[in-house]
Design a protein around this ligand. Structure first.
Ligand code: XMP
Length: 517
C-alpha cells in the first residue's frame, strides 16, 4: 500500500486514482500526518504530492522526518520534489521563469525510475518525454546521494534520483494524462521499486468489502435509502450480496423522478436481484408541500425536508434496524477532512439532499468510503448491475423540482419527463450519451406560439442542456451535431402534446450553472 501525503495540489486525488488504477491500494493523508499514524498505515512507498506553497518561503510545509527514516521508497512530485530536495540537503530557488503546461524534458535513462521510458529520442541520444509541467520554484542543487534524472532549459534539474534509497523527484506531473508516459512511470515506482503487488482489482474489492461488511454488522439489520443513483445502487447490490435478507431498502418516489425511473429501480433491485425494497409513492405529498412555491432554494429545502420525513416514517416501522447504510465515497471523505482542517485549497460545495437526522440512533455503515467514483462504477458492474445504470449521468437530489422553473405542477413534470426521455434516448441511440457528462431537459413555464398544419398552438417551451465537464465545477456546453439537435427537436414537438418550441442552452459554467435553478 502506498501513502500519499497531500501538500494541497489540485492533482492529489488524481495521483491516488492513478495508483489505484494500476491496482495498488493507497490513501491520501495531510502532509503533517502524525508519525504514529504513518507507522500504523505501514506504507510500502510514499508519494509527496504537489502543492501551492513555495519551499523558499518561511513557514512552508515539509514532509515528516519519519518519511525518510522508514527505509521505503519516496517519490516527490513538483512541490513534493522541492521539499524533498530542501529537506535532504539540496537547494531550491524561486525561479524567475515559471513553466506551466506542455514541456519536453530530456530524460537520462540511467535511473531505475526512467530506464527505457521515453516518447522520442533526441539527436544526442537522450530520451525525451512529453510532460505536463507546472511550477514556480526549481531545484538548483541536488541533495547528497542524488543524481540528475531529467532536465529542461527552464529547469535544469527537472528530475532527480537516488537509486540506492529509492528516492525520486519529478518536477512534472506523471499523474496527468498529458504526461504520456505518466502511467508507466508511476507503475515503475509502485510495482517495481516499492514492490507492491497488484491486488486492488474489482473482484478483490468486492470480496474484501463483503468480508468487512459482514464483520461490521454481524447479524444486525441494515436500512438503506435507495435513490436509484449510482452510489446508493452499488451499496444496495453490495449489501445484498454480503448480508442478503438483513438488508431493507426504502425507495421514496417523490414524483420528481425521470421517466419510468421508479419502475426501473423496482425491476432491477426487487424483481431481478431479489432485494427487499419498500417503495413509497409520495408524489402527492411532494407536490402538495411544494404548493405554489417558486423560489429555487426554498423548493430545495421543502423537498429535502420532506424526503427525510417520509424516509423516517418508514424507517421507524422497521424496529430491528440498527444500521443505516449510506453511499459516502472517498472524495466526500477527503473533502470533509480537508474542510475541517482548512487544508484543502479547493473545496467543492456540494448540495446533496440533507443528511438524515442524528436522532434516528442508527449506526452509520459506509461501505464505499474508501472508493473513488470510477471504482464504485467498476464495483457496480462486477456486482452485476446494468452498465447503463452504473454509468448514468448525475441527477440532482431535488430531481425535476429544480428542472421545472418556478412553480412545480404535475402537468409540467409529466411533459418534462417525456421530453427528457426523448433527448436521453436519442443521445444513447446515436452514441453521444457517454460523450456528454450530463444532459437533460428543462421545463420553461412560458407559452409560445406555433403552427401545426392549419392550426395555431400556444404551448410550453423546453430547453435542452448538455455539458462536458470533468469535475462539474466548470463545464462547456456540448457541441452536439445540428442534425442531432434537429432530430430531437422534431421528435419532441411532434410527439409531446403541450410543447411548441425547443431551445438549446449554449451557456458555459461559469457564468451559468449546469442546472437552471
Ligand atoms: P450546478 O447547477 O451547480 O450543478 O452547476 C453542478 C452539479 O450539481 C448538481 N446539482 C445538485 N445535486 N442537489 C444535488 O444533489 C442539488 O440541489 C443540486 N443542484 C445541482 C447538478 O446536477 C450538477 O451535476
Amino acid at each position: 500500500r502506498i501513502l500519499i501525503l497531500d501538500f494541497g495540489s489540485q492533482y492529489t486525488q488524481l495521483i491516488a486514482r492513478r495508483v489505484r488504477e494500476i491496482g495498488v491500494y493507497c490513501e491520501i493523508h495531510p502532509w503533517d500526518m502524525e508519525d504514529e499514524e504513518i507507522r500504523i498505515f505501514h506504507p510500502h512507498g510514499i508519494i509527496l504530492s504537489g502543492g501551492p506553497e513555495t519551499v523558499t518561503e518561511g513557514e512552508a510545509p515539509t514532509a515528516p522526518a519519519l518519511v525518510f527514516e522508514l527505509g521505503v521508497p519516496v517519490l516527490g512530485i513538483c512541490y513534493g520534489m522541492q521539499t524533498m530536495a530542501a529537506q535532504l540537503g539540496g537547494k531550491v530557488e524561486n525561479a524567475d521563469h515559471h513553466e506551466y503546461g506542455y514541456a519536453q524534458v530530456r530524460a537520462r535513462g540511467h535511473t531505475r525510475l526512467l530506464k527505457d521510458i521515453e516518447d522520442h529520442t533526441s539527436d544526442e541520444g537522450y530520451g525525451l518525454l512529453d510532460v505536463w509541467m507546472s511550477h514556480g520554484d526549481r531545484v538548483v542543487e541536488l541533495p547528497p546521494g542524488f543524481k540528475l534524472m531529467a532536465s529542461t532549459d527552464a529547469a535544469p534539474i527537472a528530475g532527480m534520483a537516488d537509486d540506492e534509497r529509492g528516492y525520486y523527484g519529478l518536477q512534472f506531473h506523471p499523474e496527468v494524462t498529458h504526461t504520456r508516459q505518466g502511467e508507466r512511470i508511476l507503475r515503475r515506482f509502485i510495482v517495481d521499486i516499492c514492490g507492491c503487488e497488484v491486488l486492488w482489482t474489482p473482484d478483490n474489492i468486492v470480496e474484501e468489502s463483503i468480508k468487512a461488511v459482514r464483520e461490521q454488522v454481524g447479524d444486525a439489520e441494515v436500512l438503506l435509502g435507495l435513490s436509484g443513483g449510482v452510489d446508493s445502487s452499488v451499496v444496495a447490490a453490495l449489501l445484498h450480496k454480503a448480508i442478503g435478507e438483513q438488508l431493507t431498502c426504502v425507495f421514496v418516489d417523490t414524483g420528481l423522478l425521470r421517466h419510468q425511473e421508479g419502475d426501473q429501480v423496482m425491476a432491477t433491485f426487487a424483481e431481478h436481484m431479489g432485494v427487499r425494497v419498500i417503495r413509497i409513492d409520495a408524489e402527492k405529498r411532494f407536490l402538495d408541500a411544494l404548493g405554489s412555491e417558486s423560489d429555487p432554494e426554498k423548493k430545495r429545502k421543502i423537498i429535502g425536508n420532506l424526503f427525510v420525513e417520509v424516509f423516517e416514517e418508514e424507517a421507524n416501522k422497521l424496529k430491528n434496524a440498527q444500521w443505516l447504510a449510506q453511499g459516502t465515497i472517498y472524495p466526500d471523505v477527503i473533502e470533509s477532512a480537508g474542510a475541517k482542517t482548512g487544508k484543502a485549497h479547493l473545496i467543492k460545495s456540494h448540495h446533496n439532499v440533507g443528511g438524515l437526522p442524528e436522532h434516528m440512533k442508527l449506526k452509520l455503515l459506509e461501505p464505499l468510503r474508501e472508493l473513488f467514483k470510477d471504482e464504485v462504477r467498476k464495483l457496480g458492474v462486477e456486482l452485476g448491475l446494468p452498465y447503463d445504470m452504473v454509468y448514468r449521468h448525475p441527477f440532482p437530489g431535488p430531481g425535476l423540482g429544480v428542472r421545472i422553473l418556478g412553480e412545480v405542477k404535475k402537468e409540467y413534470a409529466d411533459i418534462l419527463r417525456l421530453a427528457d426521455h426523448i433527448f436521453i434516448e436519442e443521445l444513447r441511440k446515436q452514441d453521444l450519451y457517454d460523450k456528454t457528462s450530463q444532459a437533460f431537459a428543462v421545463f420553461l413555464p412560458v407559452k409560445s406560439v406555433g403552427v401545426t398544419g392549419d392550426g395555431r398552438r400556444y404551448d410550453y417551451v423546453v430547453a435542452l442542456r448538455a455539458v462536458e465537464t470533468i469535475d462539474f465545477m466548470t463545464a462547456r456546453w456540448a457541441h452536439l451535431p445540428y442534425e442531432f439537435l434537429d432530430h430531437v427537436s422534431r421528435r419532441i414537438i411532434n410527439e409531446i402534446q403541450g410543447i411548441s418550441r425547443v431551445t438549446y442552452d449554449i451557456s458555459g459554467k461559469p457564468p451559468a450553472t449546469i442546472e437552471w435553478e
